[in-house]
Design a protein around this ligand. Structure first.
Ligand code: BGC
Length: 737
């Protein structure tokens, strides 16, 4: 109480002098923060705004004097890539025992799809369309990481991506904005759990704000340019959804938008993020992205880059040391206001106070918890569950799958025994040694192959192993061939110009198909691939992405039918790189595609349609859809509309179906997409059962940025479409008056 009385006048003064500057919104100043801020030197304030990586070698951490000294001097407020209780405890000790103000450090790490127990890559996991499962996997990842001394994860990555050449599509939730928003919310909820300071949760960092998923040509780090209408309609909503779900930090993107790099973009960081969306956490850059503004050519040197960043709204500099080296000088020269620095430091300190780190800086350092929690049976079970839900069955001719146990099976291909690849890119502290590979998974399921052969490597042109592979096939009734990419081929800085199976893998599959045996292709990869020959000639295709620690068991569950596959694609699979970018929700052209007319929007050498569309995926059973019905065919602007459809399991097995709702606004003040996902439900249906699935469309669902850039709905005619993928849909009309 005494403390509050003393500090109120100071608070008032600070409040008034802050004027129109960005500051923590919707929250009265915290006396603990203000008291500490008042004691800090400018260098110590800048220290809180500086984040550095630690050196984690292949065998463990090395504590370098350089950043130890930074911690001692108060020149660094947060570190990343340092994990495990032992390591973080030692670093925290230096901060709270040796530095003047004893401000605890914040420890960050890329816990993208698991810490030690690795879940499917996020793109794969998004194909489960199972929000509860994704929330749970994010929560388990956070629980494990928090048990290893970590506080803050650079996730979720919510960048919408329509170009599979971009290697980082593996990290997101695919091409669709509506689904991307729901998944962003689920992941934030999972990561942050019951809130800051809970030792089974972390602080989320939504990234990469904004538009990083749309680099021109699919080339990582390339520039981004599009209309603001497009940007706001398709690319921004998932970041906003994550912020609304409570994400406490945001990471800037490497790219520019409309000519201004994201890390110096006031329009994005202050006008939209803080003023429009009311974000009151802190903003961190991506790795050295302040420095990179010199290369972007919008500033002449690092010092100017720092000024541009901080004045645009960047609170924390990741690894660039720009703030550390130049910000004090910029303040002295009047190029940066002290109030701007204070606003940033307030946000950072507030989070540390909210997490309770000042009361107990070691609250995340508990060796017993670390031992018990990491890679626990419960976590592995959850990983297996979501992994099998992420698998997408692309083809299954003559019901070759599920495999019956009396058939002789040959297992061929370079990825059948891989362990290291299974954890995919951005795999935290995960290790291939903890993974169950496919051969082990099959063996756990009681399947003993009659022959195993590698055939070839993922890359290269060596076909010497083909004859062994063919021999193996000849001994079997069914051939499983496991092909795809190596894990390093997707992720950061892993854009590809070709999207085919690398090396001679497709030739291997061709050779196996030529034996006349049924060939089941098991794909492992981090992005949609161009596989038209496989689609036409393989007997079955199972897309398994990189499924993580329990990959082999999960794939075996699907191959043997213990689990009936239910995943559906969240990114279109092109037939050829020439179709890229490719996505289902394109806008209507003035010359819509007509197969019988040359003068329409089409290719002369290939269909417009993808090989496998968004929302597509098969099951071992079949589903049929009745005609959708509406609670009213005419509705008033502002009213909501109810759509109901009967879905029946028409096959011979129980199964799950992802029922999808799409909408088309037929006449708008601006061109509108030919269809847009506006709802989905995952339903379980016993064989022969029918269920009525209902959706409610609200006015917001029908809203968009109109001719005057106002967000709202427009009266007129709508097509309402329901079905099991974005192409096979049943339609009904509705009119908004
Ligand atoms: C990536 C970020 C990541 C950061 C820290 C960057 O290269 O773009 O997504 O969080 O490194 O590891």
């Amino acid at each position: 109480m005494r403390f509050i009385k003393l500090s109120l006048p100071i608070l008032l003064l600070l409040f008034l002098t802050a004027g129109a500057l960005p500051r923590v919104t919707d929250r009265p100043p915290d006396p603990r923060v203000e008291k500490l801020l008042a004691r800090m030197t400018l260098d110590e304030k800048i220290g809180q705004m500086s984040l550095f990586t630690t050196d984690w070698g292949s065998t463990g951490p090395t504590i370098r004097e350089g950043y130890k000294n930074d911690i001692r001097k108060g020149a660094c407020g947060a570190l990343f890539n340092s994990h495990t209780v032992a390591f973080t405890r030692e670093l925290q000790r230096i901060a709270v025992e040796e530095a003047r103000l004893k401000i605890p450090l914040l420890f960050g790490y890329d816990v993208i799809h698991g810490y030690k127990t690795i879940f499917p890559i996020p793109l794969g996991e998004s194909c489960s369309w199972d929000l509860a499962a994704m929330e749970q996997s994010a929560h388990i990842a956070a629980t494990e990481a928090a048990a290893a001394g970590l506080h803050w994860t650079y996730a979720p990555m919510v960048d919408i991506a329509r170009d599979p050449r971009w290697g980082r599509v593996m990290e997101g939730a695919g091409e669709d904005t509506y689904l991307g928003c729901r998944i962003a919310e689920a992941r934030v909820r999972g990561i942050q759990g019951k809130g800051p300071g809970n030792t089974d949760a972390m602080i989320a960092c939504v990234k990469h704000y904004a538009g990083y998923g749309a680099p021109i040509g699919g080339r990582d780090y390339n520039t981004v340019d599009m209309s603001e209408r497009f940007f706001r309609e398709y690319y921004l909503p998932p970041y906003q959804a994550a912020v609304k779900a409570g994400a406490m930090t945001v990471m800037t993107a490497f790219n520019d938008y409309d000519g201004v790099p994201a890390s110096g973009n006031k329009h994005l960081l202050t006008d939209i993020l803080r003023k429009e969306w009311g974000f009151n956490g802190f903003v961190v850059t991506d790795y050295t992205s302040i420095n990179e503004m010199v290369n972007h050519g919008v500033v002449a040197n690092d010092k100017e880059a720092g000024e541009l960043a901080v004045n645009a709204g960047v609170d924390m500099d990741m690894q660039g040391a720009v703030y550390q080296r130049f910000l004090a000088q910029s303040v002295k020269e009047g190029k940066v206001k002290m109030a701007t620095i204070d606003a940033s430091v307030r946000r950072i300190l507030q989070l540390k106070f909210d997490m309770g780190l000042f009361d107990n800086p070691y609250k995340f350092c508990d060796e017993t918890r670390e031992k018990e929690v990491i890679l626990s049976k419960a976590h592995r079970d959850a990983a297996r569950d979501v992994a099998r839900k992420s698998i997408v069955l692309l083809k299954n001719d003559r019901n070759v799958l599920p495999l019956s146990k009396d058939r002789k099976i040959a297992v061929v291909g370079p990825l059948a025994d891989t362990k290291n690849d299974l954890i995919g890119a951005w795999s935290g502290a995960g290790s291939g040694d903890d993974c169950v590979n496919l051969l082990e998974g099959l063996s756990n399921a009681g399947i003993r192959p009659v022959a195993v052969a590698k055939g070839c490597a993922v890359e290269g042109d060596d076909k010497a192993g083909f004859s062994d592979a063919i021999q193996a096939a000849n001994q079997a009734d069914v051939v499983l061939v496991v092909v795809g990419e190596s894990a390093w081929m997707s992720g950061e800085a892993s854009s590809r110009a070709e999207l085919n199976l690398p090396g001679v893998q497709e030739d291997l599959v061709r050779a196996l198909v030529a034996t006349g045996k049924p060939v089941v292709v098991v794909l492992m990869n981090g992005r949609p691939l161009t596989i038209p020959w496989l689609a036409a000639n393989a007997t079955a295709i199972v897309e398994t992405w990189w499924l993580g620690t329990e990959a082999g068991n999960a794939i075996a569950d699907v191959l043997t039918g213990v689990y009936n596959p239910s995943g559906k694609l969240t990114m279109s699979f092109p037939r050829s790189v020439g179709q890229v970018p490719i996505f289902y929700n394109e806008r209507s052209t003035g010359r819509p595609f007509d197969p019988n007319s040359k003068w329409t929007s089409k290719y002369i050498d290939m269909p417009n349609a993808p090989l496998y569309p968004f929302g597509y995926g098969l099951s071992y059973t079949t589903f049929s859809y009745g005609d959708p019905s509406l609670n009213k065919s005419t509705f008033k602007k502002g009213e909501s509309l109810q759509i109901t459809v009967n879905v029946t399991n028409t096959g011979n097995r129980d199964g799950e179906e992802i029922v999808q709702l799409y909408v088309r606004d037929l006449v708008g003040s601006v061109t509108r997409p030919v269809k847009e996902l506006k709802g989905f439900r995952k339903v379980f249906l016993a064989k022969g059962a029918t269920t009525a699935v209902s959706f409610t469309l609200t006015d917001k669902d029908l809203s968009f940025y109109n001719k005057n850039m106002r967000f709202g709905s427009e009266p007129g005619e709508y097509d309402i479409m329901v079905g099991g993928n974005s192409q096979d849909l049943k339609k009904i009309k509705a009119i908004m008056r």
